[in-house]
Design a protein. Sequence first.
Length: 183
Amino acid sequence: MTAPVFTSYQNWLKSKSYSDATIRNYLMDLRKYIAFTVQVDRCVDPLLDEHTDSPLQITDKIFDQDNLVSYFQNINQDQNYKRFLASLSKFFQFALDQHLISQNPFPKAIKVQPETNLEETVKIYQQQLEAKKFSLSTIRNYINDIHQYINFCETQKLNDQFPISNDQKISTFRKLKLKIIGN
């Protein structure tokens, strides 16, 4: 792949009626992803156009699902995380449409989530409650309720009555957190 890939991608985005600002952001996000891939996998070494800083050569390693998962884990705290996901999703769709790849790794890569430490999540939640100036008794009650729910989930899993994964506990915890904060 060579420099025309960036130009083709830019034209593809224009044909889909994306705004100039969105196109500019998507191309910038793609450059960041390629730079990350270069950093992670030393065998990927695209040549850069000295005028545009766009890759003159894009290797197949940028389409590697493991590199994509690593990138998602690296940027998951970034304030532009959702935009990064959208821009890469569009790029991989473009690559599929242009037959640069035979299978889009994006949907599978996005499903891979890093292991979440439940206790760390509860501590972060407690800190958020403290920052919002909830009373100590309210915070203690909320945290106690969460621990009781976690214990209930683990008991159900041990009894195999309702197999429940850590992801399901985290998802339910997030919903509970949103309800509490929303009140």
